[in-house]
Design a binder for this molecule. Sequence first.
Ligand code: SF4
Length: 450
Amino acid sequence: MNLQKNMELSEKLTILSDAAKYDVACTSSGVDRKGSGRGMGNSIAPGICHTFSADGRCVSLLKILFTNECIFNCAYCLNNCTTDVRRASFTPDEICTLTMEFYRRNYIEGLFLSSGIMVSPNYTMELIYQTIYRLRRIHHFNGYIHVKSIPGADSALIEKTGYLADRMSINLELPTADSLRQLAPCKSRTTILKPMRQIQNRITDNKQELMVYRETPRFVPAGQSTQMIIGATPENDFQIMSVAESLYEKFQLKRVFYSAFVNVNGNSMLPVLPGGPPLLREHRLYQADWLLRYYHFHVSELLSEDRPDFNIFLDPKCDWALRHLEYFPVEINKASYQTLLRVPGIGYKSAERIVKARRRNRLTFDDLKKIGVVLKRALYFITCSGKMMYNTKLEEDYICRNLMGDKTQVPRDIREGGYQQLSFFDQDMRADFHLTDAQIIPPSQQIVSL
Ligand code: SF4
């Protein structure tokens, strides 16, 4: 495959933004940096990619691959070396131009740069490094940058890239080493976990250095993340969540992303999922992940060897509460913060507000509504001053029936069967970049049916 030297930049953008759409590991929260007054852009802690789909996917970074001329043959990937797709590669300067121009037009607030593996892992990692070096040092781009670390790349390259990026990620791809061997024979657990460990160690050292000397350059200040494909291999939810929990504990990852498997290649080694991509399963995994990170749950409380998969009808917190009715009802005016966190319908922010507000007054159900508690879920599990909201029964079947009537148990975009990734090629972008119809991604390809 030759590098298509004469390919128009907009055509490359069409190919390489489309090629990046299955990579979901791209939220950008966690770094706070003001404009320097000299360079361009800034980055804010709540996340510069403010647009998220309901299932947690980020859609507003300039999200591209450096190249899809990949020499690897991961069976699940549309860009693997055996597929018949249009190929393209950017140069570092082209990515700088696109990033700066999109930023100036306010289309994006940062860059998410991933890549296939061209020539060798080191060759590709060097190009990625060159790109963000130019963005930071020549164009003085101060916005958010998330880059993928290439498995098998030299540790020195990863280290110097980490001093320029806000976030780095390396995809675990599949939950077990066996699955990886089977579907991604060019990758191994070692080439993935080694750089993950390196980045984690450097982040820890860097925090110590910053305490001593504030001017020390910051290394991957927004932390690292990873992604697992769900449904391509037979692992159950318990195995997947146990891997995620271990990654959070052992590698201090900021996020684990779950990507519902789509058999884009029609590969016979891969399963044909009769109901389409397992979107609801992916959604339940994200909900459980949230419970691990913000609600102090452990995987062993949610799932077990005997009960290895999530309930598709109820979210994991409701499901847990129904199996532990002995902890309920919880008295809102007395329960500890930790106990409040376990009540369905009470989020961590509502729990904080409850603890604060009840210092002044005894709280009523009306107060809880104003605080943001989702009473249609919480009402079965709480009392205010010793009274339930309605005359309900603390009984598994009764509560389960009522909770299942709540449509929000399954998000609307999954119920209605659609998820759409934004395209750079909408009308405004076309006008700004003088793109012709032929250069636009056909609408059918803009739909990402995950
Ligand atoms: S390394 Fe594997 S997953 Fe990544 S682009 Fe190449 S074939 Fe696809």
